[in-house]
Design a protein around this ligand. Structure first.
Ligand code: AMP
Length: 320
């Protein structure tokens, strides 16, 4: 998760909610990717504060720091180190094809090379820990495919080294769309004031944003002909409530849009309020959060060091 902008319900439903559920099935590592954040200029003070904010949100949402490691990417040097080693075997053409790179680079006068290298750093984040499963939202599927391509290329050049990671998408909520522009992914960088619902938005703000969400010209919910905006509102509700398709149809078929929005707002607020309460409690003690990150870094470092050493040995780089 990048420590930029405000984490929103797309991040929550696409990633965080799933993470809290599956964390005990694995040895889990949740990484706040500050090295990724600086592929676009960040104000240093804001970035520093954001890292702790994200750690607080992780814990408030239910990441259990006693079981799972929560780390700030830059505190484990293996991320940057492995990223360079992998850069040296990654064809530029593979990076130029990435849709996220193309959309972020579009219209920029100066394209920083870090923006293009972003997916290699992400491959390093994953391969560094020999991760078998990577739970992400749908927008990261292409980067995961690239990670597998890089691992495969490395393994065939230098011998079996990296575990092939599997992508794990949530069944509902894998792609939450913008409330104002339901044909675009809900994103932290979008500027519309009613585009995204932040995890830390006040209930009154959440209700206001949802009341302004784009719908369509139908008078009420019709599952056969609904537009993207209504489908998105229903998907948000269902991802929070975990209701079956049948329950959703029975509840919402024929409902007027004003009532639909109210139902969605009640559901979102009911889920986010307790998270916000826990967030306030957790962040009352910043030293605790710093301790969680330090402990996470300590726990994962031996895995990272082993992988970097093995990768260097395979490549013939001098290791003392
Ligand atoms: P990022 O915002 O790029 O740091 O993404 C952090 C995580 O949230 C990744 O696993 C993304 O796939 C997920 N994510 C971001 N935006 C959305 C969205 N609109 N819908 C679902 N998942 C998302």
């Amino acid at each position: 998760m990048q420590p930029t902008g405000n984490l929103h319900i797309g991040n929550y439903l696409g990633a965080l909610k799933n993470w809290t559920k599956i964390q005990y099935d694995y040895e889990s590592i949740f990484c706040i990717v500050d090295l990724h954040a600086i592929t676009v200029y960040q104000r240093p003070e804001e970035l520093r504060a954001k890292i702790l904010e994200i750690a607080g949100i992780f814990l408030a949402c239910g990441i259990d720091a006693r079981h799972s490691s929560v780390i700030a990417q830059s505190t484990v040097p293996g991320h940057a180190e492995l990223s360079w080693l992998l850069t040296c075997i990654t064809p530029i053409g593979w990076l130029e094809r990435m849709t996220q790179y193309k959309s972020k680079a579009a219209g920029q006068e100066t394209i920083l090379s870090g923006l293009m290298q972003y997916p290699v750093l992400m491959a390093a984040d994953i391969l560094l820990y020999q991760a078998s499963v990577v739970p992400v939202g749908d927008d990261q599927s292409q980067h995961l495919e690239l990670t597998r391509d890089i691992a495969q290329r490395f393994n065939s050049l230098y011998g079996e080294t990296f575990v092939m990671p599997e992508t794990k998408l949530p069944t509902v909520g894998a792609r939450v769309m913008g409330l104002d522009e339901p044909d675009k992914k809900m994103s932290k960088s979008a500027t519309g004031s009613a585009h995204a619902i932040a995890i830390l938005d006040e209930p009154t703000v959440i209700r206001k944003k949802l009341s302004r969400a784009t719908t369509d010209s139908n008078p009420h919910v019709d599952f056969e002909t609904m537009g993207l905006g209504v489908a998105n509102l229903l998907a948000i509700y269902q991802a929070f409530s975990e209701d079956s398709d049948e329950v959703m149809r029975n509840r919402f078929s024929g409902m007027r849009y004003g009532d639909l929005k109210k139902n969605v707002a009640d559901m979102v607020v009911a889920h986010l309020e307790p998270i916000q309460q826990r967030y306030r409690e957790i962040t009352a003690d910043p030293a605790y959060l710093a301790g969680v990150l330090a402990e996470g870094g300590r726990r994962v470092s031996p895995i990272a060091e082993d992988t970097v050493r093995l990768t260097k040995q395979r490549m013939g780089i001098y290791t003392a």
